[in-house]
Design a protein. Structure first.
Length: 106
């Protein structure tokens, strides 16, 4: 009898582990960045500049690294100078791999 209860306890814990795994979303978390709009001349596309502060590999001084991202703006609501949040998405065109999430500051 004691062996049966041990087996039953062992099988009871397995579904709990599977339930915990199902709570985790299947899709990977998408990267988000906050940056400034530097161009909105294209239709439904903005260019966002994101500045990172990283230590120099040799000297250790904090330096700024700038990168431009092309983001999808379906409503053409962004203006140059806006602070926006963008999110990674599937490729939408040759250069566009990000989409506009929200405008933080006009």
């Amino acid at each position: 009898m004691s062996e049966e209860t041990v087996i039953n306890e062992g099988t009871a814990t397995a579904p709990v582990d599977q339930a915990q795994q199902s709570d985790v979303p299947k899709r990977h978390l998408r990267k988000t960045r906050v940056g400034e709009v530097v161009s909105n001349k294209m239709d439904k596309t903005i260019v966002v500049t994101v500045v990172r502060r990283v230590p120099h590999p040799k000297f250790g001084k904090i330096v700024k690294r700038t990168k431009k991202f092309y983001a999808h703006d379906p409503e053409n609501r962004c203006e140059v100078g806006d602070l926006v949040r963008i999110q990674e998405t599937r490729p939408l065109s040759r250069l566009k791999r990000w989409q506009l999430i929200e405008v933080l500051k006009h």
